[in-house]
Design a protein around this ligand. Structure first.
Ligand SMILES: Cc1cc2nc3c(=O)[nH]c(=O)nc-3n(C[C@H](O)[C@H](O)[C@H](O)COP(=O)(O)OP(=O)(O)OC[C@H]3O[C@@H](n4cnc5c(N)ncnc54)[C@H](O)[C@@H]3O)c2cc1C
Length: 266
């Protein structure tokens, strides 16, 4: 099947892109790496009138580390994150997570902003962002606003983004101990269940409609109590191959591995 016909624009500046989005309202869609949007058009799951291709906006392609945080532009690709020495040094959780995203061809085009805006419940970055308490910058013709990751992910494929807005960057705190673990049927597949952990914050993905912060487990001081507390935090949906009980068991296994990693790292 082919995508329904649409108009296409490739602005070179953020201001131009915001202008186009404001003018075309709900009929316009942002195109970044296209790794999720193009298949959904080809399957005719959506039929926008206009695609606003933002990949020509060079300001959104920067990785900017500062003393206490690193800002990553929305158009930074998964491959750039994978290869960046700055990300490995400042945000090692993302450097670990990116290796689990799909395959090189998809990582070469898919972007940080696209993944966050899509908000797939089984995706790696959203959980990392919540674990790290990242802050997102969102722009529109009305100006700029900043939203914490935990408030950004609202529901299944649903975020705080409003029509006319572009996610421009995400800011991640530097340093700290972290662990990233994922169980998938094959390397590169979306996770059955996964865990992004930073200091004592445990955030699961593939475990609900959004990344799930395991609030009770994260408060506990012993592994046994933390594992027991997971029952209060998680009620993972069954998938084609795994029951909810299996996923809860697997979540406990990941928690134990992450706990051991965090307690031995400095
Ligand atoms: C076979 C396959 C396997 C995959 N496996 C994984 C995986 O294991 N883990 C994983 O996390 N992902 C996976 N993906 C998805 C991939 O990571 C995509 O790159 C990502 O979901 C979307 O990024 P994109 O840049 O391609 O966005 P696009 O497809 O261009 O856009 C996705 C959505 O986000 C919106 N959008 C994009 N950028 C912005 C922005 N800056 N501001 C506001 N809205 C925006 C678009 O309008 C669209 O609705 C897979 C994809 C494929 C095809």
């Amino acid at each position: 099947m082919k995508a329904p016909s649409f108009a296409y624009a490739k602005p070179r500046t953020l201001a131009e892109a915001l202008e186009l989005l404001a003018r075309h309202g709900e009929g316009a869609r942002i195109l970044a790496g296209g790794q999720s949007l193009i298949p959904s058009l080809n399957l005719r799951l959506s039929s926008p009138e206009l695609l606003v291709d933002i990949t020509g906006i060079s300001d959104l392609k920067k990785i900017t580390p500062s003393g206490r945080s690193a800002s990553i532009g929305a158009l930074v690709t998964h491959s750039q994150i994978e290869r960046s020495p700055e990300i490995r040094q400042h945000v090692p959780l993302l450097a670990e997570a990116v290796r689990h995203i799909a395959h090189p061809a998809i990582r070469n085009r898919g972007t940080l902003g696209g993944s966050l805006a899509l908000a797939d419940p089984a995706a790696e970055y959203p959980a990392c962002a919540v674990a790290l308490d990242a802050v997102f910058t969102i722009s529109s013709l009305r100006g700029e606003r900043r939203v914490g990751a935990a408030e950004f992910f609202k529901g299944l494929f649903e975020t705080d983004l409003k029509p006319g807005e572009i996610l421009t960057a995400a800011e991640f705190p530097s340093g700290g101990r972290s662990a990233f673990l994922e169980l998938a049927r094959r390397h590169g597949d979306y996770a059955i269940i996964g865990l992004a952990a930073h200091e004592s914050r445990f955030v699961f993905f593939g475990a609900g409609a959004t990344p799930v912060f395991a609030r009770n487990a994260s408060r506990e001081k012993s592994l046994e109590k933390a594992k027991a507390a997971l029952k209060k935090d998680l009620d993972p949906p069954a998938d084609l191959y795994n029951s909810s009980a299996t996923k809860l068991h697997l979540a406990g296994v990941l928690l134990e591995r992450a706990w051991n990693t965090l307690s031995t790292s400095h």
